[in-house]
Design a protein. Structure first.
Ligand code: CO
Length: 214
């Protein structure tokens, strides 16, 4: 059997499983979505957002890219973020990295990967910001793990620096932004950072907003 066929077979089992619990599951989920959470994760196949969080279809609005980056010129990420925040009105945005991330690993080395170099250079910038702390660590695995964590925390900052988030904080006092890391070695998620609406940012990143503050 062609390997891809098992996906189509599994889909049939998925449908039967859902219908056996709730006959109207698909009819209802086709009507609307009201996810409370937006997830920004790595594309890595070992970090399936819904599975590791035990969420069902309709609960997570997902964006994934290599190394879970929030880059201010990425129209894909910004469009997902804007839709999640302004239309779906999510309450939480979660950036989730993972130990053993190939993107972070490559950014720590000198291997030339072509186009991906340009994407991963953002992580080199994170390394440079924290090089003193990272280079004080003699264990290479600990250093790699720490850069994964620092990368997540920088993406949390990057999110708060968008006008999309600042506008929502100002007018609706949401969403909270969370930085998590997934440990593929244990299956557990760990909370690294939590930013409440209105959290103080460096002044240079603050935008003037039309809406009245509240
Ligand atoms: Co990764």
């Amino acid at each position: 059997m062609d390997s891809y066929r098992k996906l189509l077979l599994a889909n049939k089992a998925f449908v039967e499983d859902k219908i056996s619990v709730d006959a109207n599951f698909f009819r209802n989920s086709a009507l609307d979505q009201k996810p409370e959470f937006m997830w920004i994760g790595c594309s890595d196949s070992r970090v399936p957002a819904e599975e590791v969080t035990g969420t069902q279809p309709g609960e997570l609005f997902v964006h994934r890219n290599i190394a879970n980056l929030v880059i201010h010129t990425d129209f894909n990420m910004l469009s997902v973020l804007q839709y999640a925040v302004e239309v779906l009105k999510v309450k939480h945005v979660i950036v989730c990295g993972h130990y053993g991330c190939g993107g972070v690993k490559n950014a720590m080395g000198r291997q030339n990967l072509g186009l991906i170099n340009k994407w991963l250079r953002q992580i080199k910038d994170v390394y440079r910001l924290y090089s003193r702390e990272l280079e004080s660590m003699s264990d290479p695995v600990a250093r790699f793990d720490r850069l994964v964590e620092l990368n997540v925390m920088e993406q949390v900052q990057n999110l708060a620096e968008t006008s999309i988030i600042q506008r929502a904080w100002n007018s609706e006092h949401r969403p909270e932004i969370h930085g998590w890391v997934y440990d593929m070695r244990t299956g557990y998620l760990k909370e690294l950072a939590r930013m409440q609406p209105g959290a103080k940012l460096d002044d240079i990143y603050m935008f003037e907003l039309d809406e009245p503050a509240r």
